[in-house]
Design a protein around this ligand. Structure first.
Ligand code: SER
Length: 317
């Protein structure tokens, strides 16, 4: 990984991943790819090159890959699950037509490609607890349909054409830098903003709904480590279960109350998000990632909560 293109560099993952690779991978050039209307700002803009890269424009992707002699593409352009239910054709276009554009460029120009999958790639017929690495994947949301297809297409390009595709199934990602938007797991970010601002939190997800979640530093580490892993050790490629914590709204609220004893939450559940959440696993088994490339998370709910609150206080107060 030397010359890297991050497509979707101003989104929740991209804004932090671009900066982390720029800081930590010596001698790297990381191009921040963005679409008009989502321009990079601040340090993301000033610390390296930025280019308009629309996943739906294969020619544009090829030009930027040539211009910077890109060897690794992080494909982070996607509509999250609740938004994808509102705009299913647009989600298909970005997630599937976008992916095949990238894979075709990668095939011709010999790039490695990371395209995240998700807990959303599972569905109601998947085992809920200790969800195995290899199991039933029959999702019922458009987001999930595109994620399973992403996994399959990425593996196809590896087996058929030798394109070095690798990825992980991200849990809901929690961070204080860039807000997610339109996801089912977004509540677990928004709850911290409410607590730090001293507001009551109206939770769109029902009590007792467990989902895998992860703090952003662990997710970024996974995205980099999987691309640096020794390929001879990889039995799987697209995509690895990774896990670090699982909770329901009551449990995260209790973790927050250790810092804000008066924190209040009430429920007003969103039927679209709830139906999606009910179809996702409670907790994935990530033993293949641990065995094949040494995955280990650093944060649990309490250490994440402490760090989120410290950083959101700096940001919001
Ligand atoms: N965080 C995503 C969502 O909620 C799932 O990967 O849509």
């Amino acid at each position: 990984m030397k010359n890297v293109l991050v497509i979707g560099s101003t989104g929740q993952i991209g804004s932090e991943l671009t900066m982390k690779i720029r800081r930590e991978v010596a001698g790297s050039t990381v191009v921040a790819g963005y679409i008009p209307g989502a321009e990079p700002k601040g340090e993301l803009l000033t610390s390296g090159p930025a280019e308009v890269v629309d996943v739906c424009n294969g020619k544009q992707i090829a030009e930027i890959v040539d211009k910077y002699q890109i060897d690794t593409i992080y494909n982070l352009a996607a509509l999250l699950s609740a938004t994808a239910e509102r705009f299913p054709l647009k989600a298909w276009d970005i997630q599937m037509n976008g992916l095949i554009n990238i894979l075709e460029v990668a095939r011709e120009k010999h790039c490695a490609v990371f395209t995240p999958s998700s807990i959303g790639s599972f569905g109601p017929s998947t085992p809920r607890d200790n969800t195995p690495q290899d199991t039933v994947q029959r999702p019922t949301s458009m987001y999930g349909v595109t994620k399973v297809a992403t996994e399959l297409l990425s593996d196809y390009y590896y087996h058929k054409f030798g394109v070095d595709t690798r990825s992980v199934r991200f849990p809901g990602l929690i961070s204080y830098t860039t807000l997610p938007g339109g996801g089912t797991t977004d509540y677990a970010v928004e709850i911290y903003y409410a607590a730090v601002k001293g507001e009551e939190f109206v939770c769109p997800i029902a009590k007792g709904t467990y989902m895998d979640m992860m703090y952003m530093p662990d997710a970024l580490k996974a995205a980099i480590d999987i691309m640096n892993a020794d390929p001879s050790k990889l039995v799987h490629r697209n995509s690895f279960n990774i896990a670090s914590m699982s909770f329901d709204p009551e449990i995260i609220a209790a973790a927050i109350r250790k810092h804000y004893p008066d924190f209040k939450m009430r429920y007003e559940f969103d039927p679209v998000r709830q139906a999606i959440a009910d179809s996702w696993p409670n907790r994935m088994d990530d033993s293949c990632a641990r065995e094949e490339w040494g995955w280990t998370p650093s944060y649990d709910l309490d250490s994440m909560t402490e760090d989120m609150i410290v950083n959101l206080k700096k940001k919001l107060l």
